[in-house]
Design a binder for this molecule. Sequence first.
Ligand code: 0O2
Length: 271
Amino acid sequence: MDIKLWREILYPYEMAVDELTLKLNNIIKECHATGEYSPIEMVTGRVKKVSSILEKCQKKNIALNNVTQKVEDIAGIRIICQFVEDIERVAKMLESRMDITVIHAKDYVKNMKPSGYRSYHMIVEYPVETLKGLQRVKVEIQIRTLAMNFWATIEHSLQYKYRSNMPEHIRERLSAASQAIISLDSEMSSIREEIMDSQNSFRIKANIVAEILNLIQNLYKVANKREIVKIQDEFYRVYKQGDIPTLEHFLRELDVIAEGYRAQGCDSHDF
Ligand code: 0O2
């Protein structure tokens, strides 16, 4: 197959990876904007290199004209979560999406691989609009915790280094490390509520402060300078106190002032 043909084959996969990465990142953004906890911490994506596709075809005896049917991870998305509990939540979220059709899933979290590898895998179909029309491409979505990802990344590079000859003592140490990862994940899960609470109040506070600063900025354009200085001093005083109810109360008061000036809707794009 010549390079041009590979480019044509891989282009829809690139579109799928770009679109899914954007959409999944938007879930994180939406959660942050609404002050909700995001079960997704981070998203990455890649299209498999031609050399790796060829290697896989050789290993699995796949004819090149069957590549798109038989190689299911040409497009890959990796979703990283903070807690083990988030993995199932994210998987359910994906299953219920209109733009994704789940073909099959493998749960290596419940059924750890002999290597110690843990992750939840989904092979899905995702439609992309290309110049040739609608194409449904397969995408492998891997969902795992930060700790699982740390282990898998290290193990993957060691696999690459040793190929099929990984020394027994390294294998044993990786296996011990994977047990440590299980303990770490379960320890984190046990204090999950506490961690989530503190992250949540940090986000809520950041959102309120952003709204306050936005209103003050809008008032700058319409209110008299002495009043603005007074509002700013009051904001610094309230901000130093740091508690959410006081900040919320200040925001409500500021809202009333802004309403008086009709300054709520002014945005910074106004010339
Ligand atoms: P790469 O280089 O990451 O792309 P498949 O090989 O996908 O056709 P298989 O082996 O049944 O079929 O799929 P599986 O087991 O779900 O593995 C798919 C991917 O999961 C792998 O892709 C790896 O990315 C990851 N994976 C699976 N097992 C391990 C493991 O023991 N250690 C690590 N670090 N990753 C693993 P590739 O193509 O094998 O590799």
